[in-house]
Design a protein around this ligand. Structure first.
Ligand code: GDP
Length: 193
């Protein structure tokens, strides 16, 4: 089995690796649980750094998950204390990645199941729609909800997003939903560009 590994960080588009693979990007508001989800799905604890680690979370991080297949950890968004200039930089970096990347075949949007579909999530959905990109919504931290609350949330998210995306329940803590997430990731990574 191929073991996922860190490939490269980019603070500028010039630092993106060669655009010659298939890539699935992971997006999410800061603290949504994106790093924990990446680590659980790729079964590599500590691979994606969690929010508490300064530095890497402001970059686009590329991971190789199989030959010519990458997972791309996009910078989280929504830290109120981040200076405007830095927010502008993030936005430009994200826009550039999204608008120019040929390797990009799919998008995972990670959302806290207690607060799904906030502005940032809709913006990512709009971008994905504009690019006709396969999109999968991961409602994480479901261990904090009752089963019925989780089921209701998933139904509501599916109803609101309809044909824009698929959606699932997830927990990095209990590992609920990891098999489903891996299946979707694998489909996106093996899709024809
Ligand atoms: P990121 O900023 O989106 O990368 O979020 P992190 O993965 O760093 O997670 C933010 C916080 O939520 C951390 O304190 C995690 O331990 C916690 N967290 C992440 N996923 C889960 C989950 O599935 N269940 C619970 N209970 N906590 C989680």
């Amino acid at each position: 089995m191929f073991i996922a590994k860190f490939l490269q960080s980019a603070w500028q588009p010039g630092q993106f690796p060669e655009d010659d693979a298939t890539e699935v990007a992971f997006a999410g508001r800061s603290n949504a649980g994106k790093s924990s989800a990446i680590n659980a799905i790729l079964a590599r604890p500590g691979l994606a750094r969690t929010s508490k680690t300064p530095g890497r979370t402001q970059l686009i991080n590329f991971f190789e998950v199989a030959p010519a297949q990458r997972v791309v950890d996009l910078p989280g968004y929504g830290f109120a204390k981040v200076p405007i200039k830095m927010q502008q930089h993030w936005r430009e970096l994200l826009t550039r990645y999204f608008e120019t990347r040929q390797s990009l075949t799919g998008l995972f949007i990670i959302m806290d199941s207690r607060r799904p579909l906030l502005d940032f999530d809709w913006q990512m959905l709009d971008w994905a729609k504009a690019r006709h990109l396969s999109t999968h919504l991961v409602l994480t931290k479901t261990d904090k909800l009752s089963r019925s609350e989780a089921a209701r949330t998933l139904a509501a998210v599916k109803a609101e997003t309809q044909a824009l995306a698929t959606a699932q329940l997830f927990s990095a803590t209990t590992k609920l939903g990891t098999d489903e997430a891996r299946r979707v990731l694998d489909e996106m990574l093996t899709a024809r560009r």
